[in-house]
Design a protein around this ligand. Sequence first.
Ligand code: ADP
Ligand code: ASP
Ligand code: MG
Length: 427
Amino acid sequence: MPERDDIVVMKFGGTSVAGPAEIKRAAGRIVAAREAGARVVAVLSARGKSTDELVSYAYEISDHPDPREMDMLLSTGERISCALASMAINDMGHKAVSLTGSQAGIVTDSSHTKARIVDVRADRIKETLSQEAIVLVAGFQGVSTDSRDVTTLGRGGSDTTAVALAAALGASVCEIYTDVAGVFTADPRIVPDARKLAVVSFDEMQEMSASGAKILQLRSVEYARNHGVPIHCRSSFEDLPGTLVLPESETMERPIVTAVTHSDDESRVTVVGVRDEPGVAGRIFGALADANVNVDVIIQNEPIGEGALADLSFTVSREDLTTATGVIDGLGDISNSVRTDERIGKVSIVGAGMRSHPGVAARVFEVLGEQRINIEMISTSPIKISCVIAADQVPDAVRALHAAFELGADAVRPEDPTGEHRPTVSP
Ligand code: ADP
Ligand code: ASP
Ligand code: MG
């Protein structure tokens, strides 16, 4: 429970505000924190799948929706949730004020649909809190002071709004309320015996989010780490402790493998027949960076023979595929052709203990081999191993690795003797 006068930031994701009953339930939790004495800022996502619906409205009208107008459209979803929750809280006898991202002082750069927060001017929130009101902030959006336009922060961006506000307000904790009970050893929707983790380090959570664990947007973890904001990721449907995301400490358990993550929303681009000479990769990836395309796994083969040409493959999120191929085409004579795989899969294992344990990669490759899963690309960091595989084999790969590294709830764990951390997925 928060201390009296502590500022608490509580973020509710789409499922947690899906309909009237869920909005009233979230409002009840917000009011309970207020009645316990905290000053509360709640960040809400758009209801249910309404952001997907808004995206589909845009594509009903245009094949290439203008990014500025896309942000005008997408930012409406979270405003609806905030206004409705505010009404619910007012009905419960408390004063609540809803604010758009811009009104809340979330200042971003001007890269539409994936803007970065550059400043949080929280005076209006502080003023409203001092008037004893609960503040509701529309997540996932801000305003660019350069262009004076509304921006959005990329899918899952309400997590980052919440963390940025927690940092700016000196909140004691940023609570992320969602549809699972915390961060698990794998997505509990794919691995039924996945185990809830009591604590995860920022290092590990960053790798997990980067490799596809959607429970926290990657930027929110980076932001929390840079500003020292503790995150508590927990269920909005039951009142149990969830997972704390904190700086690594001496006392933290460091298993070799903490979690298995996956993604199936990436694409692969292969640039065929690239000239084998200095500066070419710099031109390709420089141009992609200028177009704001994040590249994940990269491989280039060594051409054999004098004057031979190389093939260069890399992966990007599927929503960036058209931009990425457009960028390569725009480089003209750099290659013979460009090939794409629209849907590839990726499975990764993450664990701080891997730093000091050789042989983990070999075990990953053996396990995938035993499942007859072909590895198409590999990338590693000191605490992560990722393999690109066929998208339809992702669930089997996740389950096989989770079992092989004994991450399941059935494995005996000293810190969870009752098995209380078994997953529940709501609703
Ligand atoms: P919200 O709408 O609350 O922001 P998200 O859908 O963005 O929720 O994130 C929660 C989802 O993340 C869960 O429903 C779960 O399927 C998925 N997920 C993926 N990996 C994990 C993991 N390791 N632990 C918990 N949830 C995970
Ligand atoms: N509504 C946005 C999305 O669906 C942002 C969020 O929920 O965090 O991506
Ligand atoms: Mg989310």
